[in-house]
Design a binder for this molecule. Structure first.
Ligand code: NAD
Ligand code: UFG
Length: 338
């Protein structure tokens, strides 16, 4: 039985960490990535961590001919599908690019798998499919009402894969809804390096701490939360990576479709993150509390109990560890892989 797993988007932030977790579990990750938001030098870092350089197939998931060749060349046990675009603002400005990349890319991949007889698939969905939730913690059967094209592209793929499973129940599919992935591998060798000004909180905090940006703008201090700042469920990227391996192993044992939240089940406010980061880095962070960011949800966090019951997985790394690992990566690699 093949131990090779095709990891689309495997050169990116979550994908590269998942390659480490796959290797630790005895799988052989094969990365399929067009490098549109990643750097080929991640391969050398993966070699330093795991002892072997993963194979990279440079290509686009919308390239049906290439996918057919990849599946014809050598057998794969499964596919983990991370490849996609993820900037909410860009998806509002250019929705067709998002539907083309995320929806058409996923359909092309599933078609190629179907033709090749590979029917085990783990898909990167997002808590963004819930939109503004009625309450937290959010269970998987909460209403789905994504508020932007990015979120709708994720929901469309979930629906397409659910329809596929209904039509062909032999498929083994896990749809994983991530909450807020942060942190880095504990070696400090791989991590997240957004291009340009970061949209997300943790990379911004890191860049302030290392002196690349003057101060953090906290988007809103008047939310109905304990300290007035927005609350999210931050989850360590290595916990997330291990969640993928658990989902893959579960899917390989039985046909079916699982939809699972991957989060800690705990909310942390922006100020909680700032304080935790200050504790682990020993640096004071400058910040201003400004107006709310349009479209932001005040507070939400996951109910992760189904993932625990189904996979035996839970996110055990603390907020301090998320900050410490992000900080180690940022200090060692202030310009990413440059
Ligand atoms: P990332 O941008 O670091 O990784 C995505 C990778 O996919 C990149 O290496 C990119 O080059 C590649 N890629 C994009 N389009 C491609 C295509 N058409 N063909 C081949 N490769 C392509 O992002 P990430 O944070 O690692 O996210 C991975 C997945 O998880 C994405 O699908 C994202 O939507 C989803 N997700 C991310 C978050 C988050 O906050 N990071 C939250 C929920 C869900
Ligand atoms: N925040 C700031 N200042 C910043 C950046 C963020 O105060 O410079 C605040 C936000 O207002 C929010 C919290 O920090 O309260 C987290 O913001 P992020 O941008 O890091 O994360 P979001 O929860 O807004 O968005 C993330 C992903 C989206 C995804 C969404 C739902 O980035 O792609 O989770 O899953 F759609």
């Amino acid at each position: 039985m093949s131990r090779r797993v095709l990891v689309t988007g495997g050169a990116g932030f979550i994908g590269s960490h998942t390659c480490v977790a796959l290797a630790a579990a005895g799988y052989t990750p094969v990365i399929f990535d067009n490098l549109c938001n990643s750097d080929i030098r991640v391969l050398e870092r993966l070699r330093q961590i795991t002892g072997s350089t993963p194979q990279l197939i440079e290509g686009d998931v919308r390239d049906e001919a290439l996918l057919a060749r990849v599946f014809a060349d050598e057998p794969f046990a499964a596919v983990i599908h991370f490849a996609g675009l993820k900037a909410v603002g860009d998806s509002v400005a250019d929705p067709l690019t998002y539907y083309d990349n995320n929806v058409r890319g996923s359909v092309a991949l599933a078609l190629a798998m179907q033709r090749a007889g590979v029917n085990t698939l783990v898909f990167s969905s997002s808590a963004t499919v819930y939109g503004q939730p009625d309450h937290s913690p959010i269970p998987e059967d909460a209403p789905l009402r994504p508020a932007n094209p990015y979120g709708r592209s994720k929901l469309m793929v979930e629906q397409a894969l659910s329809d596929l499973h209904r039509a062909q129940p032999g498929w083994r599919i896990a749809l994983l809804r991530y909450f807020n992935p942060v942190g880095a591998h504990e070696s400090g060798l791989i991590g997240e390096h957004p291009q340009g000004k970061p949209n997300n909180l943790m990379p911004f905090v890191c860049q302030v701490a290392v002196g690349q940006r003057e101060k953090l703008q906290i988007h809103g201090g008047d939310y109905p939360t304990p300290d007035g700042t927005g609350v999210r469920d931050y989850v360590h990227v290595m916990d997330l990576a291990e969640g993928h391996v658990a989902a893959l192993m579960h899917a390989r044992t039985r046909a079916g479709l699982s939809i699972l939240n991957l989060g800690t089940g705990q909310g942390a406010s922006v100020l909680d993150v700032v304080r935790a980061f200050e504790r682990v880095s020993g640096r004071a962070l400058r910040f201003d509390i400004g107006p709310r960011r349009p479209g932001d949800v005040p507070a939400y966090w996951s109910d992760p109990s189904l993932a625990k019951a189904t996979l035996g997985w839970r996110a055990g790394r603390s907020l301090e560890q998320m900050c410490a690992d992000s900080w180690r990566w940022q200090q060692g690699n202030p310009r990413g892989y440059d």
